[in-house]
Design a protein around this ligand. Structure first.
Ligand code: SF4
Ligand code: SF4
Ligand code: SF4
Length: 273
């Protein structure tokens, strides 16, 4: 589990350097253009898969693959001021999501009238090669935007408040089965994990109030918290039923308390310690 963040780092690095290559040779394109032209492009397939798996694997796309997220985290680590956890703003997310999809759908129907849509056939490399230069510039613009935002604002501010992909994946990640889980018995509440968390998630609050289940839909499953914990108290785990897990922890605690308060209490208490 300690190595998970090293793997994460490798994955992010590879995807960061490979994205311009995808842009150049696969004409990656935007989801907006996919809808606009009525084609299923490479990027539309990627988006759809990442959104569909989010109730199972949470924000894995945001933490392991997205080059914007990688740049944002790099900038966040060198930000000009320290920030605390702040909840995402629903209104900014909605304000961006609705015009984005509404405009793409309107243009799709206008193009359909003109007979230049493609009936949503699968053409992964649909966008014409001469547009590739344009996408290299877009890539540089994206990277610069992510860097500037992260240097001046909260950690992952743009991911939490602007990105449409982030909004849709966060909706699924609310139910994610793969989550960080803290063993409250081992946790000393030192706070190192939440200080190092790339999103600044208040992990100790989840230890106090949620039996150690870090059910935060902004968690990007990077594993940094697990890596930095000196007590090996935090791991990424599949939790199929959150309620069952919490009940199990509850009954373990009750059993332990009963043992301690039984007539052998003092002796058992020493053993438990
Ligand atoms: S929220 Fe958007 S920009 Fe941020 S990591 Fe996820 S997909 Fe990338
Ligand atoms: S770093 Fe480990 S021991 Fe410290 S608060 Fe986090 S989970 Fe608990
Ligand atoms: S809680 Fe842990 S896994 Fe989730 S984003 Fe923070 S450091 Fe990464």
């Amino acid at each position: 589990m300690k190595k998970i963040y090293s793997l994460n780092f490798l994955s992010r690095f590879l995807f960061l350097i490979l994205t311009p290559v995808f842009f150049q040779y696969s004409a990656l394109g935007f989801i907006w253009h996919s809808i606009y032209w009525g084609v299923i492009t490479f990027v539309l397939i990627i988006w759809t898969v990442l959104i569909l798996i989010s109730p199972l694997f949470g924000r894995i796309g945001c933490g392991w693959f997205c080059f914007m997220g990688t740049v944002t985290d790099y900038g966040g680590n060198h930000a000009f001021h320290k920030t605390k956890w702040k909840k995402p703003k629903l209104w900014t997310r909605v304000l961006i999501l609705i015009p984005f999809f509404a405009s793409a759908v309107i243009f799709y129907f206008l193009n359909k009238e003109r007979g230049i849509t493609h009936g949503f056939t699968i053409i992964p490399t649909f966008l014409k090669p001469e547009l590739n230069e344009h996408y290299k510039i877009v890539w540089m613009g994206d990277v610069s935007f992510a860097l500037i935002m992260s240097l001046f604002l909260d950690k992952r501010w743009a991911c939490k408040n602007l990105c449409m992909m982030g909004t849709l994946c966060a909706a699924g990640a609310t139910y994610s089965r793969l989550i960080p889980v803290v063993d409250a018995g081992k946790c000393t509440r030192c706070g190192k994990c939440e200080n190092e968390c790339l999103v600044k998630i208040p992990i100790i609050d989840y230890v106090k109030q949620n039996k150690g289940l870090v059910t935060n839909s902004e968690c990007i499953l990077c594993g940094k918290c697990a890596e930095v914990c000196r007590f090996d108290a935090i791991k990424l785990k599949f939790i199929w039923s959150r309620d069952k897990y919490k009940n199990r922890i509850e009954s373990l605690v009750t059993d332990q308390q009963e043992l301690v308060s039984s007539k052998d209490g003092p002796r058992l208490e020493m053993q438990i310690k």
